[in-house]
Structures are given as C-alpha cells and as structure tokens.
Design a protein around this ligand. Sequence first.
Ligand code: GLC
Length: 729
Amino acid sequence: MIKQFYITPFFLVFIVFMSSIVNAQKDRIVEEKIDSILSLLTLEEKVAMCHAQSKFSTPGVPRLGIPEVWMSDGPHGVRAEINWDNWGYAEWSNDSITAFPALTCLASTFNPDLAKSYGISVGEEARYRKKDVLLGPGVNIYRTPLNGRNFEYMGEDPYLASKLVVPYVKGVQENGVAACVKHFALNNQELWRDHINVEVSDRALYEIYLPAFKASVIEGGAWAMMGAYNKFRGQYCCHNELLLNKILKTDWGFDGVVISDWGGAHNTYEAAMFGLDMEMGTGTDGLGTTTLNHYEHYYLASPFLKLLKKGEVDEAIVNDKARRILRLMLRTNMNSNRPLGKMNNVEHHHVARKVATEGIVLLKNKENFFPIEDREGLTIAVIGENAKRSMTAGGGSSELKPQFEISPLEGIKKRYKNAQIVHAMGFASGPSVYDQILPSPYDADSLKVEAIEIAKKADVVLFIGGLSKSHLQDCEGADRKQFELPFGQDDLLNDIMAVNKNIGVVLITGNAVEMPWLDKINGLIQGWYLGSIAGDALADVISGDVNPSGKLPFSFPIKLKDNAAHYFGELSYPGDSINQFYKEDILVGYRWHDTKKIKPLFAFGEGMSYTSFELSDFKLNKKTYTKGEQITISGTVSNTGIVDGAEVVQVYVGKSKSKVKRALKELKGFKKIVVKRGLSEPVQITINVNDLAFYDEAIKDWNLEKGNYTAYIGNASNNISKKIKFEIK
Ligand code: GLC
C-alpha cells in the first residue's frame, strides 16, 4: 500500500525552500548570461540599445543574433501597427484585436482576480502580435475630473490601484511580455504635460502618488517602467535622480528598464546619469531634423557615445543600462520558454465582457427603473450619440483597432427580442480643433426634435450619453475645459424629461461629470469605455441578466470646486504653466470629501445592486496590536434581496488624535464576495498593521504611530455600517 505522504508543514516549507533555490538558480543563470553577452558588445552596440531605431523598437545586435525589442501600446489592448518612422498607422490586415474595457472599469470591479485574467488576456494578445513590451498599465492617481487620461488609470485611491496593478502586471508577464507601468510619476493632468513642474510634499508623494508604482515593482515584479513627461522638483521625470536612481532603483530594487515617454528625454548627461535606460520618441534634439539617421541624434545616441569616449561618463553607466536591457530580453524575446500567445479567442471576449459587466456601476434606481424587462409591446427609446459611437477609437495612444465592437444600441437590440427599440442620435459631438470644440455638422435642433418625437411615444427612455473620447473630451494630450456634459446634453435631457418622465441615463465616460438633472431621472448607470463587447455587457446589466456589482473608483463632486485640486485655485490646477502645487496634499478624492465634510454627488466605493445586502457581526480578532501583526476583520454578508449578487466589503482605517494631519479614513482592505439570494457568506479581510504607518517627513521614513485607531467597515466610503476601535501599542 503506498504510504500516504501527508502534506505536513515540513513538506510545504521544503517546497517553498526548494522553489526559492530554483528561482535564485535561474536568476544566477540569467545574470551569468548577461555577463557573457555584455563582454562581447562594443561600446557603440551598448549605446545603440539605449535608444529607439523606430517609433516603437530599439535595435538588438545583429552581429550576435541579439534581437530587436518591439513595444506597443496600450493598457486596454494591443494598438494597431504604427509606421516605422511616423505616427501613421501601417494599415496592416492582421492587427485587429480584442479591445478590453478601460482600466477605470477594471478598477470599478474591485476584483484582483479579474485584474489577473485581464493581464493574462491582454498579454497573450501582445505576445501573439510579437510585442516584447506592452506600454501599460497606467496607474496615475485621479486628482482632477478634468484630466484627459483618467479613463486609462485606476482611480483616486492608492490602495485600490495597488491591489489591481499587481495581478495585471503578473498576468501580462506570464506571457513573456514586459508590462511597462506608467507614467512614473505625478502625470495627473494632460495640460502642459510635457513640461509642467509638479511640487508636492514627500508625504503625499509616498502615501498617494507612489504606492501603486511601488506595488507594481515590489509585488508585481514589473520588468519596465515608463518615465512621465512632466517635471518633479525641477527635474524631468524621464531622468530624475530622486525618482529613478534613489526611489525606484535603490529603495525599491527595480532591476528592469526605465523607458522614456515618447519625447520625454531632454538632456544627454541627465539621461545618462539619472536613470533613463531606453530613450523613445525623441523627435529631434535640435541637432538634426531630417528622418535620415536622426535616431543618431537622440540624447542617448551619438551625444552619449561622445561623453563615454571622452570619459566624462564612466562606461559602468552604459553597462548598467545594457545589463538591464539584456535582462529584459532574456525575460522576453530571448526567453525560449515563453508561451506563443493567443488573440481574439472566446476566452478573451469572455474576460472583456466580464470586466465590463462587473465594472459597470448602478448609481440610481428609483422605482426599480432597472432592470428593464424585455416584453412584447414595450417601446424603448434609446437616445444619444454614445449609443452608437465607437469608443475603442480615440483617446490617444490607448486607441485600438478591434476585430469588432458591439455598440450599446446593437447590444440592446440583440438582447431585447420582444420590446421595440427605437433610436435617435439626440445630440452629436462636434469635431475638436486644437483648443476648442466646434459645433457638429448636424443641425442640433432637428436632432433634438427627432429625439423628443420618439421619447413622446416610448414607454421607457434610455439616454446614452457622456463624453466623446476625442480631443478635450477624455483624450490624451488635453484636459476637459468644462465639468458639465458637452454637446447640449443637459438641455436635451431636460427637453426629453418634459415629454417622458420614465427615463434612465447611461453615462459612457472615463471621468466624473456634473449632473444637474439627477433628481429628475429614475435610473443612472455609470458605463465606462467598455471595449469590444460594450453593447452586450451593457445589455447584460440593463436587462438584469447580470446583477451590477461595480463600485466607483473615484469621487463624483457635485461642483468642480468641491474637488480638492480645484478648491485651491489655479496654482493647484492646472498650475501657472511652469509650476503646479498639489496643495490638497494627502487629501485627494474621498479623503478630501470625508475630512472637509464636502458631500460628493457619488462617493468613492459607491455602487448599487439589484438585490440588497446586509453586513453583520463584524469584529476584529484583537483589541490591541503591535508592529508586524495582522489585523483580521471578519463578519457576515447576507443577501436579503431576490437575486444573486456580489458585494464589496470595504475596510477603511482612521487615526484619532494623531500628531500629524490625517484623512478621516483611508481604504486599507476590501473583498468582493458573491452571495446567492437569501443566503449569507462569511467574509474575512486582513490588514498588516505596518500598512497603517504614515510617511513621516521628519524622519524621512514610514512611522507607525501608536495610539487609538478606528476601523470603518461598509460597502462604500459614504456607507459605513460598523466602526470598531483598536489600539496600536
Ligand atoms: C504617448 C503616451 C504614452 C504612450 C507613448 C507611446 O505620448 O504618453 O502613454 O505609451 O506615447 O505611444
């Protein structure tokens, strides 16, 4: 009889010990390979690796069979092939892909497992498209609702972003494709992004703006990091001694490659000495404007070679860059074990749909407006340009060429077989020319008349509006100039409500918007840029096939001036075009709303369900804790409604009577839990006491303050059902 070998703790320890030995062995082999290759390279070959040879590639060493490194945007899917030497599309016919929902939507799922599936799927597509580096994810903190690129990021809370960026990075890199986390750091607006100098306290830097980047490196093991365009404390982020040499490479032990944002390098000596490893996208440095070998004019090209040859920069500097780049290659295009990748398969479509349906947020549901029943004789008027508008296009470098894209209208028509669906544009987004949005070519009045006509005759009105993901409207390179909805949507909504009160709104945006009509509508759904399967996902939720469980990853202020960055005026946002001061400091987002008692329109962590949940019996495992201990919060979630659903239990922690300024409470734990109707499920969330430390500028280190704390447990930052005091000794 085979002796049953029990999985004893010893055996588990042995397994862990052996795998760490094996990994250390693997790393040693890689380092030895790097050493041997490095010794074969000429100075010119090492310098050549440190800068672009085309829009999205850097040279290898043909003589030795070392491959080129190929990169592609972006965070939501693999961008269509770009020309060798300009921003135009190469019009290939094999680069149509799966467009996944924007990362704001992923953040709204509060689901790290989904973030892993997302990373695996987009990594498989990047691998199949033969890309070695995927230029994403972006984890810049949502500081102002006007930032053009918020849709690409993971919201206003560093803890939420940290918990989702790690599995995403791991998922991508399982495919032998490097994730390139961006934009490091403090790129929280698009206006003047290429030069604005951000001034922020160490405390806010370390507690708000760095954590997601730090987690992506230390827990996620990111192989690449993209420097941001802006400056920090007077130095460009793409060659910033404090951010790159000290914090990223020394404190965090980052062993990957720092890639500049495209055109983010501005100085040879600084690029050499302050942490830049791969210079991309430099148009010209003034030394040469022709396309002919202007790559030789890059800062880390011939000017760098000259400094090395003159001995003004030590060869060890270029060796470190080459070593990091070779390490990236041995992890990617020189790693013979990496998977082959996949593209446009049903698994990816399933992941895209699941992220979308789990990220959609139900914000208002008066008289059970949602879900809308599909019944004979029911007429649903679907009004709005965003019902049909492609949202995978536009937005800047994250734009995609999907194999297909199901619009909200298509999805609704496909799902509603009995009800009658009628559509009218209602409004049209105008083309944006440099700094302003021109009126649309359509006649606004006739669009409005047509919309009101179908609204009059319909039983239900579903308004699908929002932003257009074009210049000045949720798009890279510019911020919005207004907080309210554009293209006359507010007036149109008022006119529609005058003829039909039974109206629900679906906002397709990546940002908060003003909602003067909120009290007069019955239902409100925050629908993000949902990717290829947008229409099916929206129809899933609108019809009730899927019970929404999304939670807002950022606050919706009632008025723009209620937002922290805007409260402090021009110098705080957008700055004076040279400098900008983050005067709200650590009080970003709900930290501001809670602490200053400024009620938001919708709060961070807020989102409704078609069922109802009850949180009960929550308690902590102890009353007092010491450094390094785990706080275990346990309790029960009951589904007291009529349909299965998922709830997100959130744990915030606040410190009373602190020696430093504090936010009222900060997110320190969350768990999404599925509970079938009528049942209850236990839930447990653990927090490491050390994670409650604040960054103490006096000692330039983290400081775990002793004293009394409060754990706030609830299902939204503005819906706390239990407060439990505890002490740290
Ligand atoms: C852009 C973006 C960056 C993108 C890069 C390449 O300017 O800032 O996110 O990855 O250039 O397109």
